[in-house]
Design a protein around this ligand. Sequence first.
Ligand SMILES: NC(=O)c1ccc[n+]([C@@H]2O[C@H](COP(=O)([O-])OP(=O)(O)OC[C@H]3O[C@@H](n4cnc5c(N)ncnc54)[C@H](OP(=O)(O)O)[C@@H]3O)[C@@H](O)[C@H]2O)c1
Length: 196
Amino acid sequence: MPPFSLPLNLKWRPLNLKATAIATNTDKVTEVLLPEKIRNSRVLVLGGTGRVGGSTAITLSNLCPDLQILVAGRNREKGEALTAKLGGNSEFARVDINDVNSLETALKSVDLVIHAAGPFQRAERCSVLEAAINTKTAYLDVCDDTIYAWRAKSLMNRALDANVPAITTAGIYPGVSNGAYLPVGLVIMFPKQNQK
Ligand SMILES: NC(=O)c1ccc[n+]([C@@H]2O[C@H](COP(=O)([O-])OP(=O)(O)OC[C@H]3O[C@@H](n4cnc5c(N)ncnc54)[C@H](OP(=O)(O)O)[C@@H]3O)[C@@H](O)[C@H]2O)c1
């Protein structure tokens, strides 16, 4: 597995998984044993009814089956079709990212949000990141838009002050990592000792 690099100067401390990550198959990692205190964490996949969010939810569920996964979007039918496949540790949450109330209500109940509810192009604000900071929820997005990414990065000091781990532009391109293990990487670094 290639090295997983983390930004320096963080107020929060990433957990060291070296001793506890278990590859149950020699060719590929089929399950990652997360540390006890975050093993049952709740992860909201916004855009979980879409292609990127849906495959992220499936990957997370396969790699970390004890995580509680909330598949979120506006389309209940699509969301429930996915949660039926994912099984008992998942549920659908109807969330519109343009509705701050539904967004913050959903975020308050989770430890990590993965934002794949694109398109990111022409979005006027980083509503999900702002809600993540307000609710002290670890955040990762798969933004593929330069303007959006710069806007997200302009919120860095707010995220640091709130002690909220946040990573933008973490999809396949421009290429922080490969999509399969980066979400897990963030799960690894978000602190369960967060102030929820
Ligand atoms: N960086 C990368 O490598 C990379 C690669 C591919 C895509 N992307 C980005 O990821 C985004 C998603 O791609 P995709 O292929 O998965 O698109 P998609 O299949 O069209 O899925 C879009 C998702 O966003 C949700 N959504 C849209 N507007 C929403 C809103 N107002 N509130 C809540 N959910 C909303 C949709 O759910 P509902 O319809 O149920 O609301 C759907 O689940 C793209 O727009 C692109 O910006 C990045």
